[in-house]
Design a protein around this ligand. Sequence first.
Ligand code: SF4
Length: 236
Amino acid sequence: MIDETDIRPEKEHYFELLAQQVIKNLQKRKMNGQYVADRNQAVSAVLDMIPPGVVVARGDSLSLEQIGLLPEIIKRDRNKLIDPFRTDGDGHWTDTPEVRERMMRESFFADIMVTSTNAVTLDGKLVSIDGNGNRVAAMIYGPGKLILVAGVNKIVKDVNEALERIHGYAAGVNATRHLLKHNDEIFRDLPCVKTGGCVDCRHEWRICNYTVIIEGALPKHKGRIHVVLVGEELGI
Ligand code: SF4
């Protein structure tokens, strides 16, 4: 007997088709992409791309936390991991602001950076917004290899839809995440946290100061960026 109420297979089919379209267009922009069905396959795919001995840096990314990549890198014990976003389990940052800042700068010289992007357009552009800028700056010209893990929920039609998604939803939810999970009171008064909507604010702790749209790479950087699209909802 079939379960008429379970449309997971239909959705998986739909999102895989979308992902294949994105991957084709990433390749036209000299970036690589691959589709994996779930978070376990995503972890395996990323680990396969990290050779022994290389230095790995991570950017702030809920998607990485959700797939459980970082514990696997640590457990495997083959790579130095630069992680400015370690917490003590109760949401407090493990390292002081000064140490975290230094690690963010060290990340530029890592061999590989793993993080996520805020949106992926159907025509293969990567749209990311930072408050601090460490992630998006390193994405552009930092480590020699950039591995991005993104759930299919981040696939959007175009850059306009990406920016609407980020300002209208992701930025506020991310700021609220840091408020609730990391005790970052600085974000409490952001308009998007208080009202759910973006007013293009000038708040001193505005979480979306740096907008980066990656549209491609020079031939010498062909394949530097690798996007793992996961057939699940991940991140914000
Ligand atoms: S501009 Fe201000 S209100 Fe809008 S998403 Fe960014 S921080 Fe929130």
